[in-house]
Design a protein. Structure first.
Length: 477
């Protein structure tokens, strides 16, 4: 109970103010992601509202922001193009169901298989993607656009030295919007991105046939959305954990994302997940508790319903400046030193993760590629097996499994063994799989054909177990 009280009311002022900043920054992102997905801007805005409000209660990481995201929007494009909006709502519902199942299956356990090099690559590629998304909003538009971006950056970096009560991004947005309106300077605004309708979302049931054919259409998209959403959400949770020095319940987060997506689907929103950019804004603006996430969602709707006519006048260069601050804060600048000092394989994994994410604009593809590449490097590293001869005793150094069997067999095949009786010593080795057992049997047969007696010694308990298990299987056939 005390923990729950702390999560909700341990940082009231900081959470309210940071939630307001996040809500303002959510609007252009939600509209932009709606455009990417090929849907009305309100679909992204409604998703951001419902995701933030529900995840505030159901999530496992206080202070983390969930909404419509670019990574999810990219997955939706073919579905919306070929089947339309109603199928997107149905896919959003199924995405939520899959995520809840993953949460109960304790999917977060897989997080331990994501190496540090992949985490660094994920963070850096995300910073690059956030920056790239800002480029069309300020490059080559006008001199005043550059001026406003520059002034915003100066304000967000200098104001915290003098004013700590109100987050600097919030001051920058209010101050520069007033300047832009009263000076009449020609700048692009939020209103130029799309039409904002001043209405609340209403409950809907997707207008699709509830049959096997619909399931076949939406299931591949829903599975992709569920995986992309959980990869991004769980990695973001880990980053916020590190930033705040606190722990979070990742399996609860997975279930919470599922619940939020189901509610979103019923209220005309697109599937969403945790947003690293907005979560970083929230933490840097002083947000720590669940209240900050709830305020972000509620204030977003308040902005649309009550202040809609003012919101559309917020200059895009101001929001661009805030997002550039997020990029600078998100990027791991020590990674340049890491590239020089880390093992070459780790450096390659990090760079590969960054390149694939930036190339495909898909965080899950980069993370999966990084994990697979790490696994390959690891297998190559531990597949080095050497055999040391000590008289008639041959000591195996290294692990005997599918990747090292060739070097094990080749040693005994091509080395001239003169003793009539030898010992193969496994005190520095272990047999891991059926390939390892097969290689041992092959060597024994090979040497016996040459009239050499083989005695296998110093096998540990797991090696003996797998040998007896597999020999039992072969004798039963």
């Amino acid at each position: 109970m005390q923990s729950l009280k702390q999560q909700w009311f341990g940082n009231v002022r900081g959470d309210i103010l940071s939630g307001i900043v996040v809500a303002l920054a959510l609007i252009p992102e939600a509209i932009a992601f709606s455009i990417i997905a090929g849907v009305d801007p309100m679909v992204g805005l409604y998703a951001s509202f419902t995701m933030a409000v529900i995840i505030a209660f159901a999530g496992g990481r206080p202070g983390m922001i969930s909404a419509a995201t670019g990574a999810m929007a990219l997955v939706m494009v073919p579905l919306v193009r070929e089947y339309g909006l109603q199928y997107l709502f149905a896919a959003t519902l199924l995405t939520g169901v899959i995520q809840i199942i993953f949460g109960y299956l304790k999917i977060a356990k897989l997080m331990k298989f994501i190496p540090n090099a992949v985490m660094i690559g994920f963070v850096n590629s995300l910073a690059i993607l956030i920056f790239m998304a800002q480029v069309p909003h300020f490059i080559g538009i006008s001199t005043m656009t550059y001026v406003f971006v520059g002034v915003t950056l100066i304000l967000v970096y200098t104001l915290p030295r003098f004013i700590k009560v109100i987050p600097a991004p919030l001051i920058a947005i209010i101050l520069l919007t007033i300047v832009a309106i009263f000076s009449g300077v020609d700048l692009r605004t939020i209103g130029d991105l799309g039409t904002i309708t001043q209405t609340l979302p209403s409950f809907i049931i997707p207008d699709v046939p509830f049959n096997l054919e619909t399931l076949q259409i939406i299931f591949p998209f829903s599975l992709s959305l569920a995986i992309v959403g959980l990869v991004e959400s769980l990695l973001t949770a880990q980053i916020v954990d590190d930033m705040t020095g606190t722990e979070s319940n990742k399996n609860q987060e997975a279930r919470g994302q599922g619940i939020a997506n189901i509610v979103t689907g019923f209220f005309g929103g697109m599937a969403g997940c945790a947003m690293i950019g907005q979560s970083v804004i929230n933490v840097k603006s002083g947000g720590r508790g669940r209240l900050s996430t709830l305020i972000a969602g509620l204030f977003l709707m308040f902005l649309i319903l009550v202040l809609g006519e003012l919101v559309v006048k917020i200059p895009m260069p101001v929001l661009v400046g805030i997002m550039i601050m997020v990029c600078i804060g998100t990027f791991d600048w020590t990674s340049f030193k890491y590239l020089a000092k880390a093992p070459r394989t780790d450096a390659i994994v990090m760079l590969t993760t960054v390149i694939i994410v930036v190339w495909t604009h898909d965080l899950s593809k980069g993370v999966i590629a990084g994990v697979v590449l790490s696994a390959i490097f690891f297998v190559v590293k531990i597949s080095i097996l050497k055999i040391q001869q000590d008289g008639s005793r041959y000591i195996v150094n290294g692990q005997l499994f599918f990747a090292s069997t060739d070097s094990f067999v080749d040693y005994f095949k091509y080395n001239d063994i003169t003793s009539k009786s030898i010992q193969i010593d496994f005190s520095n080795s272990r047999i891991w799989d059926d390939s390892g057992v097969g290689a041992l049997v092959k060597v024994e047969d090979l040497l016996r054909e040459k009239g050499i007696q083989v005695d296998v010694i110093e096998l540990d308990a797991p090696s003996k177990k797998i040998i007896s298990k597999l020999q039992g299987m072969s004798s039963s056939h």
